[in-house]
Design a protein around this ligand. Structure first.
Ligand code: T4K
Length: 428
C-alpha cells in the first residue's frame, strides 16, 4: 500500500536532513521479502508437522528441486541451506585450489567462499557497462596457479558466458557462476543454471524468490551433481556409508515450503519489479548525472535490483550525500557493493595492492546506488522516491551549502557529500 505523502516536497527546507518530516512513515527497503500465499504456506507447515519430517531431503525439498530444475531446464538442481554454503560446496566439488579469478565488485560471500578454503581470490576488474567480469582482463590474470574462474551475474545481468567459457577452455580452467542475483533470468534465450560447470543461486529473504534462507546449485554434469549431493550431506553416499568429505548444507522442509509457495507467485513478484523498474526509468530519465541501468528486453529478467550510477560532477551532488538524504526520508537505498571486496578484511591486508588493477571497480563503488523495489513497494512509492531524487539533484548546490552552514565553519557536510577521500581520485 502506498505511504507517499500526496504533495511532493518542493523546497530543500522541507527535507528530513534539515528537520522536515520524513516523506515515508515506514522504511522502504531494497530487499523486503516477497511473500506468496500465506494460507498455502500455513497448510504446508501443518503438513510438515503432521508428517514429522522436518529436514534431510524431505518430500518438499525433492519437489522444490524438481520444479527449479524444470524452470531452468537443467538436469540437476540441488537445494542448499544458503547461497554461501552452496558456493563453498561447489568450489570444493570442482576441486579448485591455488588461485581463482573473481570480481571484487560483488557481495563479500563470493570471495569468502574461496578464502574460507584457503584459495586465493585473484580480483579482476569488470566491464564498466555490464558490471560483470571482462573476459579479456580475466585472461590477462591467468597464471600457472589458476584453477578456475568464478563469474558473478551481478544485478541479474548475465556475464559474458561465451567469452569466459572460451578463456576457461583455452586454459583448462573450471568455470562456475555466482548466480545469487540471477534466478529466473536468461542469457541468449537459455536459462541461467545451464552455464559453466555449475551455477550457484541464493534464495535469501532479500532475493526476488526466497526460502527464508536458502540456495541451490544447478548443473548439467551428472558426476558433479553426485559429488555435490554427497558433499552437501556429510559425504553420505548411502545408508551408513560416508565416501567423501562433506558438510551439512541441507535445506529444511520449512524453507522448501516457502519456496514452493513463492514459485506459484514468481510471475507476480517479477511483474511487480518490472513495473517498478519501468516507472523509475520513466521518472529518472533526463535527470543530469543519473544513469539507471537498463535490461535487455529480449531476455527473461527478474529486475531484482534497480541500479543507478551517480556522476557527482554532472549531478551536482554525490552518491553518498544522496544516500544520506534519502535515508533521512526513510528510503533505505544501498551502496552495494561499497567499498569493493578487495578493500574489506582480510583481503585489504592480504592483498594491499589489488586495487591498482581495479580502476573500474574503484570508480563504480563510489557511484552505485540501489533503489528500493519488490512487492512491498507501490508505484506511488516509486514516484515519491523519484520526486526526492529530482529535488536533490536539482538543488544539489543549495543542499550542500545548507549542510555546510548547519555544521558551522569547521563542519564536514561538504566533505561527507563526496566519496571517501581515498576513493575520490578513482571516482574521476
Ligand atoms: N553472492 C552474491 C553476489 C550475493 O549477493 C549474495 C548474497 C551471496 C552470494 C550469498 O548468498 P546467501 O548466503 O546470503 O544466500 C543482503 C543479503 O543478506 C544477502 O543475501 C545478499 N547477497 C546481499 C546482496 O544483501 P545485507 O547485509 O545487505 O542484508 P540486510 O540485512 O541489510 O538486508 C537488506 C535490506 O532488506 C534491508 O533494508 C533490510 C531488508 N530486509 C532484510 C531482511 C533479512 C527486510 O526487509 N526483511 C528481511 O527479512 O545482505
Amino acid at each position: 500500500m502506498s505511504q507517499t505523502q500526496r504533495r511532493a516536497k518542493q523546497d530543500v527546507s522541507e527535507l528530513a536532513i534539515f528537520g522536515g518530516k520524513p516523506s515515508f512513515e515506514r522504511p522502504l527497503h531494497v530487499g523486503q521479502p516477497n511473500i506468496g500465499d500465506r494460507d498455502r504456506l500455513h497448510g504446508l507447515l501443518d503438513e510438515i508437522l503432521d508428517r514429522r519430517w522436518l529436514t534431510n531431503h524431505g518430500p518438499l525439498v525433492t519437489e522444490l528441486e524438481s520444479k527449479l530444475a524444470r524452470l531452468m531446464g537443467v538436469r540437476h538442481c540441488i537445494a542448499v541451506c544458503n547461497g554461501t554454503v552452496a558456493l563453498e560446496i561447489a568450489i570444493r566439488a570442482l576441486g579448485l585450489k591455488g588461485e581463482v579469478i573473481v570480481p571484487s565488485f560483488t557481495f563479500a560471500a563470493t570471495a569468502h567462499a574461496l578464502q574460507w578454503q584457503e584459495i586465493t581470490p585473484i580480483f579482476c576488474d569488470v566491464d564498466p557497462r555490464t558490471h560483470t567480469l571482462d573476459p579479456e582482463r580475466v585472461e590477462r590474470m591467468v597464471s600457472s596457479r589458476t584453477t578456475g574462474i568464478l563469474g558473478v551475474h551481478l544485478w541479474g545481468r548475465a556475464c559474458d558466458v561465451e567469452g569466459l567459457s572460451e578463456v576457461a577452455r583455452r586454459h583448462r580452467l573450471a568455470l562456475l557462476f555466482d548466480a545469487a542475483h540471477a534466478f529466473a533470468v536468461s542469457r541468449r534465450g537459455r536459462m541461467i543454471g545451464n552455464f559453466g560447470d555449475c551455477e550457484v543461486f541464493s534464495f535469501h529473504a532479500t532475493k526476488v524468490f526466497n526460502t527464508f534462507e536458502g540456495g541451490a546449485i544447478a548443473t548439467n554434469d551428472d558426476q558433479l551433481a553426485r559429488r555435490l549431493r554427497w558433499m552437501q550431506n556429510f559425504g553420505f553416499s548411502g545408508y551408513d556409508q560416508v565416501d567423501h568429505i562433506g558438510v551439512n548444507g541441507k535445506m529444511s522442509e520449512i524453507s522448501a515450503a516457502m519456496g514452493l509457495v513463492g514459485l506459484e507467485s514468481l510471475d507476480e513478484f517479477i511483474g511487480c519489479n518490472r513495473r517498478n523498474h519501468a516507472r523509475y526509468a520513466e521518472l529518472l530519465a533526463g535527470i543530469p548525472g543519473l544513469q539507471l541501468h537498463g535490461y535487455d528486453p529480449a531476455e527473461r529478467q527478474n529486475h531484482q535490483y534497480v541500479v543507478v550510477e551517480v556522476d557527482q560532477d554532472a549531478a551536482g551532488i554525490g552518491r553518498d550525500a544522496l544516500v544520506e538524504l534519502l535515508h533521512a526520508e526513510n528510503v533505505l537505498v544501498r551502496r552495494y557493493f561499497y567499498p569493493g571486496v578487495h578493500r574489506m578484511e582480510p583481503y585489504r591486508s592480504l592483498y594491499p595492492n589489488a586495487g591498482l588493477l581495479l580502476p573500474v571497480t574503484e570508480r563504480l563503488v563510489t557511484r552505485t546506488m540501489i533503489l528500493p523495489t519488490g512487492t512491498g513497494l507501490s508505484v506511488e512509492d516509486v514516484d515519491g522516491v523519484c520526486d526526492l531524487i529530482r529535488l536533490a539533484v536539482g538543488q544539489g548546490a543549495e543542499i550542500l551549502a545548507r549542510k555546510a552552514r548547519a555544521q558551522g565553519p569547521r563542519g564536514t557536510a561538504a566533505a561527507s557529500a563526496r566519496p571517501p577521500p581515498r576513493l575520490a581520485e578513482a571516482a574521476r
